[in-house]
Write a protein that binds this ligand. Structure first.
Ligand code: BDR
Ligand code: CA
Length: 313
């Protein structure tokens, strides 16, 4: 099978960085046609810089990187420096990128690429707020039927929320965008907190990254060292959850993940539960399924894959 063409839409973020590295390390399965950036964990100038830092760390300075939306569709931006640090990539000391940003807006690029490729051949992988993807769908509704699949990180059911008691960060930042995406009719695979909170970088897994002994292995160990302090304090968990790499790992080894085809809707009105992913996990409504909502993963298989692939860079 030829590698799957994808666009990674991202707000790096240490876990975004690992997701990107995994994709760039896996050319047999994944062809990263571009990385598009969005404001989220940190503002857009930093996410679009961080994406290029990561491409250069991987030795892939030829991957096109575009800047996109600098704020949600209809709200003020909420960021997460309390988790990711001031730069969004706190932990390792990585050089500023030499590669330039591409000219043009990420949203226009996404539209162009979907129109230029045969229908059903480009997969979108959003691992930040869904602003760019929803804006593209709104601006060019014809692209919906051309998208092969959207495999995204966002939402939660059993884990409920991380940025509020009932909302996960990516969905909470731009709930209107998430609403557009979940109503788009495009096939969607969701990596919610329910699964990503099981992808924990324990001490032994962090040691395995460091033992790779390359700049990539060391940087990933340092990034996950930094990122873990937040979840350890908050949840008392064993280490940093690798949310976003679940998306790129799924593209390579879908057999590591299990979930249910269910209906998922987004709360956009309530002040109390804004950004909640109302997931009909138990099938208690008649609402039609619109997403494969992942609930579990083979964590050891996931970390073996990750360590083996990162060692290739
Ligand atoms: C998501 O929010 C961000 O902080 C992470 O990069 C991830 O995409 C987890 O809620
Ligand atoms: Ca992210």
């Amino acid at each position: 099978m030829p590698p799957r063409k994808i666009i990674i839409d991202t707000d790096p973020g240490q876990d975004d960085a690992v997701a990107i590295l995994l994709a760039l390390a896996s050319p047999e399965e994944i062809d990263v046609i571009a990385i598009t950036c969005v404001a989220g964990n940190v503002p857009l100038d930093l996410t679009s810089k961080n994406a290029r830092i990561i491409c250069e760390l991987a030795g892939k300075g030829n991957v096109p990187v575009f800047a996109g939306s600098d704020r949600p569709m209809g709200r003020a931006l909420v960021t997460a420096e309390h988790v990711h640090g001031k730069t969004g990539l706190d932990g390792p000391d990585l050089p500023d990128p030499l590669m330039p940003l591409e000219d043009g807006h990420a949203v226009d690029y996404i539209i162009e690429q979907l129109r230029a490729h045969a229908p059903g051949t480009v997969t979108l992988c959003p691992i930040g707020p869904l602003t760019n993807i929803a804006t593209a769908l709104q601006k060019a509704p014809d692209i919906a039927e051309r998208i092969a699949e959207i495999v995204l990180m966002g939402g939660a059911y059993f884990e409920v929320g991380n940025i509020t008691p009932t909302a996960e960060f990516n969905i909470y930042v731009d709930p209107e965008a998430a609403d557009i995406v979940f109503k788009s009719g495009v096939p969607i695979v969701v990596m919610p907190l329910d699964v990503t909170h099981k992808a924990l970088v324990t001490r032994a897994r962090n040691d395995a990254f460091r033992a790779i002994g390359t700049p990539v292995g060391t940087a990933v160990a340092q990034m996950t060292d930094f990122f873990e302090r937040f979840d350890k304090e908050k949840y008392g968990s064993d280490g940093a959850p690798l949310h976003d790499p679940c998306v790129t790992a799924y593209l390579i080894r879908p057999d590591l993940f299990t979930g249910r085809h269910i209906n998922v809707e987004i709360e956009t009105q309530s002040a109390l539960t804004l950004g909640m992913t109302v997931a009909d996990w138990w099938g208690v409504t008649e609402r039609a399924p619109n997403a494969l909502f992942i609930g579990d993963l083979d964590a050891d298989g996931f970390f073996s894959l990750l360590t083996e692939r990162l060692a290739r860079l």
